[in-house]
Design a protein around this ligand. Structure first.
Ligand code: ADP
Length: 191
């Protein structure tokens, strides 16, 4: 199995690029944002708990995320690999994911970071707010999500760098061009 993590701030294009990568390399795309939004829509217990955090631009507690991930990994034993999109976002999540995969004799091979400057991120998120009407794309929530990223998620870059798994790709340009750069990095590991 070939497992990779797409990493980067909100608005970096993780979702778009993850979907393309999953299609091209026949991997299973796992977006924790999408899973949580679906739980909110279904009004499940987990969705009810998650909603307040999401609407404030805060991270949903690790315990909820770890449970979701455990289920997803268990339900997809026979896939070629996973593209994790929006997970892990904290050190606890990263360590749990490593342990979870290790128990199945699996591992994360590669972490692709999409690097995008702050002004561009805000522009994209504001535009997405108008196009898609996501309830967490309001200006004050956008600011909070970026702060949450810098405070709680960005420090994970050290963790991945220490593991020798981190590759950073510039995330500004055409979607096709960025995909090509990402594909090239993946093909070094997964021809
Ligand atoms: P974005 O990357 O644009 O913030 P996502 O769709 O990935 O959007 O996530 C939306 C929200 O879902 C986050 O702001 C957060 O509240 C919650 N969320 C998603 N993934 C995680 C995670 N791994 N840990 C904690 N909260 C998460």
């Amino acid at each position: 199995m070939f497992n990779l993590v797409m990493f980067g701030p909100p608005g970096a294009g993780k979702g778009t690029q993850s979907l393309r990568i999953a299609q091209r390399f026949q991997l299973k795309h796992i977006s924790t944002g999408d899973i949580l939004r679906e739980e909110v829509r279904r009004e499940s217990l987990c969705g009810k708990l998650a909603r307040d955090y999401m609407d404030k631009g805060m991270l949903v507690p690790d315990e909820i995320l770890v449970n979701i991930l455990r289920q997803v990994v268990e339900e997809n034993r026979y896939v070629n690999g996973f593209v994790f999109d929006g997970f892990p976002r904290t050190l606890v999540q990263a360590e749990e994911l490593d342990q979870m995969l290790e128990r199945e004799k699996l591992m994360i091979k590669l972490v692709l970071e999409l690097e995008v400057n702050e002004d561009e991120l805000v522009n994209r998120l504001v535009k997405r707010a108008t196009d898609q009407g996501r309830s967490d794309d309001k200006p004050e929530v956008i600011r909070r999500r970026l702060e949450t990223y810098h405070n709680q998620t960005e420090p994970l870059l050290h963790y991945f760098r220490n593991q020798g798994k981190l590759v950073t790709v510039h995330g500004v340009g055409t979607i096709d061009h960025i995909s090509d750069m990402l594909y090239r990095e993946i093909e070094k590991f997964h021809p």
